[in-house]
Design a protein around this ligand. Structure first.
Ligand code: NAI
Ligand code: MG
Length: 478
C-alpha cells in the first residue's frame, strides 16, 4: 500500500518560558524550601533537565497548613459562593488564555503527545473550573441539606499521568465548596502545577487558599502524617493508597482514593466494527496507556476475534511513535525510567508465562524512554499481564463466547474502575452495565471524560467520586 510520509510538524517551545529553578507556592508567594532541598524534573522524551524544583519537607508542610487554615477560616470559608465562583471562572478563563503554553509545558514535562495535551488535558482542566464555578452559589440546592458546610482544609496528592487535569479535578470542587488546599504534584511532573500557581496569582486568588508543595513521596507522606487535615484526596498507586488509609485510620480526616485499574473493553460480534477498533486503540494507547481507567484487557467475542485482531494490528501499524511536540505523534514517551522498567518487566512476564507478544515495526528514538504499542494474545486469566496494572501501551487479549462469560471474566479482577461495552444492541448494553462491577461503564466509546460525570472505583480501585454533583459531596460536611 502506497502511503505518503508525514513531514515533521513540531509545536514551538517558544511559548514556554522555563525558569531554571522553582520554589514552593505558599500563602500566595513563591518561597524557598526551609531545608533547601531540591530535585530535577526532566523531559522523558530526551532526558534533558527542564528545571530544578524545590522539595518540601515537614516544616514547609507546617507553613502551608497554617496558611490554608487561616485562609479558610478568615477569607475563603466565609466568602459568599457567588464571590468564590468569580475566582473559579477567572482561573478557567486564564487557563484558556494560556492554553498553548500549558499544553507545550505538559508535553515537555510528561512526554505525552501535544495533540492530547492540547485537545484533552488543557481544555478539560478549564472545563472543570467552569463547571464547579457554576455550583459555588447553588450548594444549598445540591441535595446535601439546606446549608452544607465546607470540611476545612484538604491535602491533595496527585500522580504524573495527567498532571494539570488531576490538579483541576482536585482543586475545583474543593474551592467551589469553600475549602482551602495544599496540592502535592508528582515528582516527575511538577511544572504545570507551578504555572497553575502563577495563574492563581494572576487571578488574585486570596493568599493561602491554594498552596503548592512540590516534592516526592516523602513530601506526600509528611502531609498525610500531620493527621490534622480535614480531608485527604489521593490519586495514584493502590499501594500508596492503602498506606494513606492505614495512616489515617481512626482520625477524623475524610479520605478519598482513586487508585489503579485493569479495565475490560468488551467487544461483541455485532459491534460497529471500525468504531470498535478505534475504541480499542484509544482505550489502551491513549496517553501511552498511563491511564488508570485504560482498557488494558480486551475481551473479544470468539466469533470475531480473528477479524478484530487483524484489523487492530493493521491500525497499530499506522500509529506514529516519537517526538511528543510533533502534532502528528500518536504515542509519546514513557513518563519515567522507573515506569519503563515496570512495563518491560511485566511484558517479559507475559512471554515467560506463555502469551504471544506482537508489536508493529517502529523505530524507537535513541534517547528518552520509549515502549512500542504491544499486544498479547492467548492470554490466560491467571497470568500477571491479565491481573496486574501495567500502566503502559500493552494490551492483553482474551476471548469469550457468551455475555455471561464476558461479565464473569470482566469482573475477575481486584480492581473496578471502568469498563467498555461494544454492541449494536441497546438492551445488551443495559444488561451488561447492570452486572459489570466498575465505577464507569462506557458504551460504544472509551476514555470519554466530562466534568459533569462522576468518576471513581470499587474494590482496589479506591472509593469516593470526583466530578459531577457527586464530587461536591467529598468536600462538604453533609
Ligand atoms: P505513586 O502512588 O507512588 O505516586 C502518586 C503520588 O503519590 C505522587 O505524587 C507521589 O509523590 C505520592 N506519594 C508516593 N509515596 C507516597 C506516600 N508514602 N505518601 C503520600 N504520597 C506519596 O505512584 P508511582 O510510583 O508514580 O506509580 C506506580 C504505579 O502506580 C504505576 O505503575 C501505576 O500502576 C500506578 N499509578 C496509578 C495512577 C492512577 O491514576 N490511578 C497514577 C500513577 C500511578
Ligand atoms: Mg518530567
Amino acid at each position: 500500500m502506497a502511503r505518503f510520509e508525514y513531514a515533521p510538524a513540531p509545536e514551538s517551545r517558544a511559548v514556554v518560558s522555563l525558569r531554571s529553578s522553582y520554589g514552593l507556592y505558599v500563602d500566595g508567594e513563591f518561597v524557598e524550601p526551609l531545608e533547601g532541598k531540591s530535585f530535577k524534573t526532566i523531559n522523558p522524551a530526551s532526558e534533558e533537565v527542564l528545571a530544578e524544583v524545590a522539595l518540601a519537607g515537614a516544616g514547609d508542610v507546617e507553613r502551608a497548613v497554617a496558611a490554608a487554615r487561616r485562609a479558610q477560616r478568615e477569607v475563603w470559608g466565609p466568602m459568599p459562593g457567588a464571590e468564590r465562583a468569580k475566582y473559579l471562572f477567572r482561573v478557567a478563563r486564564i487557563i484558556q488564555e494560556r492554553a498553548r503554553e500549558l499544553a507545550v509545558l505538559e508535553s515537555l514535562d510528561n512526554g505525552k503527545p501535544i495533540r492530547e495535551s492540547r485537545d484533552v488535558d488543557v481544555p478539560l482542566a478549564a472545563a472543570h473550573f467552569f463547571y464547579y464555578a457554576g455550583w459555588a452559589d447553588k450548594l444549598d440546592y445540591a441535595g446535601f441539606g439546606p446549608s452544607p458546610r465546607p470540611l476545612g482544609i484538604a491535602g491533595q496528592i496527585i500522580p504524573w499521568n495527567f498532571p494539570l487535569l488531576m490538579a483541576a479535578w482536585k482543586l475545583a470542587p474543593a474551592l467551589a465548596t469553600g475549602n482551602t488546599c495544599i496540592l502535592k504534584p508528582a515528582e516527575t511532573t511538577p511544572l504545570s502545577a507551578l504555572v497553575l500557581a502563577e495563574i492563581f496569582q494572576q487571578a488574585e486568588l486570596p493568599p493561602g487558599v491554594i498552596n503548592v508543595l512540590t516534592g516526592d513521596g516523602s513530601t506526600g507522606a509528611a502531609l498525610v502524617a500531620r493527621r490534622d487535615l480535614d480531608k485527604v484526596a489521593f490519586t495514584g498507586s493502590t499501594e500508596v493508597g492503602k498506606a494513606i488509609q492505614r495512616e489515617l485510620a481512626g482520625t477524623r480526616t475524610r479520605v478519598s482514593l482513586e487508585l489503579g485499574g485493569k479495565a475490560a473493553n468488551i467487544v461483541f460480534e455485532d459491534a460497529p466494527f471500525s468504531q470498535a477498533i478505534e475504541g480499542i486503540v484509544n482505550g489502551i494507547f491513549f496517553n501511552q496507556g498511563h491511564v488508570c481507567c485504560a482498557g488494558s484487557r480486551l475481551l473479544v467475542q470468539e466469533s470475531v476475534a480473528e477479524a478484530v485482531l487483524e484489523a487492530l494490528k493493521r491500525r497499530l501499524g499506522t500509529l506514529r511513535l516519537g517526538d511528543p511536540l510533533d502534532k502528528n505523534t500518536d504515542i509519546g514517551a514513557i513518563n519515567s525510567e522507573r515506569q519503563l522498567d515496570k512495563i518491560v518487566e511485566l511484558a517479559a512476564s507475559g512471554e515467560r508465562e506463555g502469551a504471544e507478544r506482537w508489536s508493529p515495526s517502529c523505530s524507537i528514538p535513541e534517547r528518552g524512554y520509549w515502549f512500542p504499542p504491544t499486544i498479547f494474545t492467548g492470554v490466560a486469566p491467571s497470568q500477571r499481564i491479565a491481573r496486574e496494572e501495567i500502566f503502559g501501551p500493552v494490551l492483553s487479549v482474551l476471548t469469550f463466547r457468551t455475555p455471561d462469560e464476558a461479565v464473569q471474566k470482566a469482573n475477575n479482577t481486584t480492581y473496578g474502575l471502568s469498563a467498555g461495552v461494544w454492541t449494536e444492541k441497546g438492551s445488551r448494553i443495559l444488561w451488561m452495565a447492570d452486572r459489570l462491577r466498575a465505577g464507569v461503564v462506557w458504551a460504544n466509546t472509551f476514555n470519554r471524560f466530562d466534568p459533569t460525570s462522576p468518576f471513581g472505583g470499587y474494590g482496589e480501585s479506591g472509593f469516593g467520586r470526583e466530578g459531577g454533583r457527586h464530587g461536591l459531596e467529598e468536600y462538604l460536611d453533609a
